[in-house]
Structure formats: structure tokens, C-alpha cells
Design a protein around this ligand. Structure first.
Ligand code: TXE
Length: 488
């Protein structure tokens, strides 16, 4: 079972120091593989967010070490942090697997991807350029891109360390200072990351981490009058609340990466076994706890039965159990609440007449394990075809024509990701043009890299993360016009 690991940090991280919460309160973080408490963590709330904002303000002061740092050196600091994460991959991945329940192997992959993202943005620090604009013969106009200021970042539990890096990296590259709240289920790697940031040499106040609950610590960030921007990843419901709080307080800039019900469309000209493998990974990755999970598998009627047979076999082959066993593909769901949500939706699928090809029950008696589940004969009106399950549950729908499937795929308030599998480039491009989603993956899925913008259409979000687009969320543009006797 779980590796023995020492938990080194359990307090809030403010102004480069680990400190208790002002209230003195603590909350437990639980190992989802056995339901046992791993550690008691200091529980931050509004008073602590206020302290962190004061530290972040000092660090953002016009003459501060951080504001006056050469952008090249800022990039070197980020590379140094990436070096330290690389040094400690094993420890961080162990903490992550323990706290989240994902397999150790996939935790290592997450950390490696996080290192790549940090290095990608480190390279941007000294390449954030303004423009000169021709405005007439008696003026010179130029633009400067400046950090937006003190930013609040609220992240979920499904990719705890990777989400932290997706938030920290563009904020640091642009020269902002930040207060991050990890999810209450998974605070451990964020606190360790904070310790590494101090070791790397980031000045006090640049990075602050406040573990705590959403309605207290999270809401305090969203409402704070001196936080200039809030970046959030989580549920669509809380996304709405964040926007309201931003509007009611100081019109802070908002970027949101929310839920999804992403369609993956498989035409009849494909190698069915290969397509079933892509579709399997698209939904079962990270136990289905993935915002861009391919959670509506649309399969052409001509290959439907053969596809279902392969999908069932792949799910049957999936090994569920101890995240630290290298033979295991799937650990537990994150907590009791998510376990209950997934089981509730599985039961609704059964009641509404979908066919359980395999799975459909909990696995074992200890921890939050769910059997890999495949539903066939799913129709658009069923809850499992409409709601984000966020669990290891594949729903397979049947279609006949491209127009029909595009219309059905778009019939949702979500619009995060999508995929299409076909040998016909015309069909693939027609789908790519018509689908209302931030990402379209052709003959692949989850093709996310540090360079490629990622985010949602419709209620799947606002703004983009990653790539050059991700920087824009953390920048203000200042226009400087100079009156001259002889201009352009
Ligand atoms: O999300 P929450 P939950 C979806 C998925 C999942 C559902 C619920 O469908 O089943 O959301 O998950 C903080 N003000 N996704 O309940 O509550 C909270 O503390 C400010 C999709 O875990 O949105 C945590 O840090 N912050 C998703 C973060 O928001 C608040 C990933 C996410 O928690 C808050 C996770 C408030 N009022 C769930 N309330 C994705 N897009 O990847 C909570 N939080």
C-alpha cells in the first residue's frame, strides 16, 4: 500500500513564512484510497487572505525587488524553481498520489508536464513586447504591457500541482504577485511548492498559499477589493459566483476554466479498435476527473456494436486499486462527495434505460473506488448524457449523419473540448469548424501542451490558459502618446 512519506508543511505560506491560521483552526486532508486522515492543515480564511494581500502588495510596490528585477532574472528564478521541482519529482508525485488518489505513475507525468509549462513561461519573461503605433506627424505612440497586479488564484483537486503551475507560471512571467488557494481536498503539493519557491529565491510576498475552504478563503479572494484579477478553475456553479463577487467588489479581471461535457465523434471509416482506445483514454484518464474528458462518445451506427464490444473489453482490462502499485491504472475518486455524485449518476443511467456493458458499482468496501463503467444505448435526454459525471463512466451514443451529430454535440451549455476520429480530412475539418468548443482534437485526444491555448466556449469558461494567450490574462496594456515637433 501507500508509500511512507513525511509531510513537511501544513501551515499557510504568507510573506515567505509558514504560519498558523489567524483563527488557529485546522482541517483534515484525507487519503481517498482508505478514507484516513493524512494530516491536519491550517485553515485560512478572510483574515489570512487579507494578510497575504498586504504581503503581495508590498512585493508589488513600485520600487520592490520584484518590480525592479531584470525580466531575464525573473525567468532564471522560474527556471531555478523548475530545477528544484525536477530534483524532487519523486517526493512531489508521492504526496500528490497520496492526497489525490491518482496513480503515482500519472502523478509523475503531471509533474513533468508542470515543469515543461514552468520553463515555457520562464522563456517569455523578457519577450513581453509593446508596440509603436503611427498616430500622425506630431506624435509618437507606444504601448507597454504591464503586470495586472496582485492576483488571486483558486484551483481544484483533480490536477493539484499542474493547476498550480498553470496559474503561477504566467502570473510570475508577467511580474504579478499572487495568492493561491488550493482545493481543500489536496493542499499538500501546493504547500511543498511554496517551500520550493522560497528555496529558489522568490522575494517575500510574491507567492502566497492559503489552504482553506471555498465559501471562506475562496470567497475572500474573489471579493477582495485590492486583488486585481482572479483566475479560477472548478465547477461552473462556483464560476458564476466568482464573476458575481468580482462585479460586486472592484471589477477585478476574471478568467474561468470550468466544467465540460465534451463530445468525441467517431465516423465509420476508422480502425474501430484504435478508435475505441482513443475514446477509452479520453474518458478514463485521471478516473474521469478531467474537465475536458471525452464524456459523450458519439459512434456511427455502422460500427456501433463493434465499437461497444472493444470499449467494454478495454474497461474490463482496466485495473483499479492501490495508486502506488505500478500495475494499477485507476485509483479512487477524490472524496465521499464526488463518489456519491458519480454513483448517483450511474444509478440514474440504469433507471433511465441505458445498458450497463460493464461496471456500474463501487469497487471494494474501503476508499472511494468506482468500477470502470461503460453505458451503451445512451440517448441525449438522459442525465448521464447531459451532466458532467466527473467519474470513470463512458456513455456511448449512436449517430447517422455529420449534420445530425454536430447539432447534437453542440446542444449543451458547455464548450470546453471535442474530438473527431475519421480518415476523411473534409469531415474532420467540417466538424472542427462547426463545433462550439475551445479545443478540437482530430484523431487524438487531450493534446494539450504548454504552447497551445486552452479554455472554453460558452459556460465552460472565460479566457485562455497556456500559450501566449495565457499571458494576456495577466497583463494590462498602457498606451503612451508623446507630443513631438516632428513625428512619424
Ligand atoms: O468544485 P468547486 P467541486 C466540476 C466537476 C465536479 C464539480 C464539483 O463536475 O464534480 O465541479 O467539484 C473553491 N468561492 N469540476 O465541488 O466547488 C474550492 O474550495 C470561491 C470541474 O470540487 O468549484 C476549490 O478550491 N472559491 C473542474 C475550487 O473552488 C470556491 C475541477 C473548486 O471547487 C467557492 C473540479 C466559492 N464560493 C470540479 N466554492 C475543472 N474545470 O477541471 C468553492 N470554491
Amino acid at each position: 500500500m501507500a508509500k511512507q512519506v513525511q509531510i513537511k508543511y501544513t501551515q499557510l505560506f504568507i510573506d515567505n513564512e509558514f504560519v498558523d491560521a489567524t483563527s488557529g483552526r485546522k482541517f483534515p486532508t484525507i487519503n481517498p484510497a482508505n478514507g484516513k486522515i493524512i494530516a491536519e492543515i491550517s485553515e485560512g480564511d478572510k483574515a489570512d487572505v487579507n494578510k497575504a494581500v498586504e504581503a503581495a502588495k508590498r512585493a508589488f510596490n513600485r520600487n520592490s525587488k520584484w518590480r525592479t528585477m531584470n525580466p531575464y532574472n525573473r525567468g532564471q528564478l522560474m527556471h531555478k524553481l523548475a530545477d528544484l521541482i525536477t530534483r524532487d519529482v519523486d517526493y512531489i508525485a508521492t504526496l500528490e498520489a497520496l492526497d489525490n488518489g491518482k496513480t503515482y505513475v500519472s502523478a509523475v507525468e503531471d509533474i513533468q508536464a508542470s515543469i515543461a509549462t514552468l520553463r515555457y513561461y520562464a522563456g517569455w519573461c523578457d519577450k513581453i513586447l509593446g508596440t509603436t503605433i503611427p498616430t500622425g506627424d506630431s506624435s509618437v505612440t507606444l504601448t507597454r504591457k504591464e503586470p495586472v497586479g496582485i492576483v488571486g488564484q483558486i484551483i481544484p483537486w483533480n490536477y493539484p500541482f499542474m493547476m498550480l503551475v498553470w496559474k503561477w507560471a504566467p502570473a510570475l512571467a508577467t511580474g504579478c504577485t499572487l495568492i493561491l488557494k488550493p482545493a481543500e481536498q489536496t493542499p499538500l503539493t501546493a504547500l511543498y511548492g511554496a517551500a520550493l519557491a522560497k528555496e529558489a529565491g522568490f522575494p517575500a510576498g510574491v507567492i502566497n498559499v492559503i489552504p482553506g475552504y471555498g465559501p471562506t478563503a475562496g470567497a475572500a479572494i474573489a471579493e477582495h477589493p485590492e486583488i486585481c484579477k482572479v483566475a479560477f478553475t472548478g465547477s461552473t456553479e462556483v464560476g458564476h459566483a466568482i464573476m458575481v463577487a468580482a462585479g460586486k467588489s472592484n471589477l477585478k479581471r476574471v478568467s474561468l476554466e470550468l466544467g465540460g461535457k465534451s463530445p468525441l465523434v467517431i465516423f465509420d471509416d476508422v480502425d474501430v479498435k484504435e478508435a475505441a482506445e482513443i475514446a477509452h483514454n479520453a474518458i478514463f484518464l485521471n478516473h474521469g476527473q478531467n474537465c475536458c474528458a471525452g464524456s459523450r462518445t458519439f459512434v456511427h451506427s455502422k460500427i456501433y456494436d463493434e465499437f461497444v464490444k472493444h470499449a467494454k473489453q478495454l474497461a474490463l482490462d482496466r485495473k483499479v486499486g492501490d495508486p502506488f502499485d505500478p500495475k494499477i491504472n485507476q485509483g479512487p475518486q477524490i472524496d465521499q462527495e464526488m463518489f456519491d455524485k458519480v454513483m448517483g449518476l450511474i444509478n440514474s443511467g440504469k433507471q433511465q434505460g441505458a445498458v450497463v456493458e460493464t461496471g456500474g458499482n463501487r469497487q471494494g468496501e474501503i476508499g472511494f473506488f468506482v468500477q470502470p463503467t461503460v453505458f451503451s444505448k445512451v440517448t441525449d435526454d438522459m442525465r448521464i448524457a447531459k451532466e458532467e459525471i466527473f467519474g470513470p463512466v463512458q456513455t456511448i451514443l449512436k449517430f447517422e449523419t455529420i449534420n445530425e451529430v454536430i447539432e447534437r454535440a453542440n446542444r449543451t451549455n458547455y464548450g470546453l473540448a471535442s474530438g473527431v476520429i475519421t480518415k476523411d480530412i473534409n469531415k474532420a475539418l467540417e466538424f472542427a469548424q462547426a463545433i462550439e468548443a475551445g479545443s478540437v482534437w482530430i484523431n487524438c485526444y487531450d493534446a494539450i501542451t504548454p504552447q497551445t491555448p486552452f479554455g472554453g466556449f460558452k459556460q465552460s469558461g472565460i479566457g485562455r490558459e497556456l500559450g501566449e494567450e495565457g499571458l494576456k490574462e495577466y497583463l494590462e496594456i498602457k498606451t503612451i502618446s508623446i507630443n513631438v515637433t516632428k513625428g512619424n
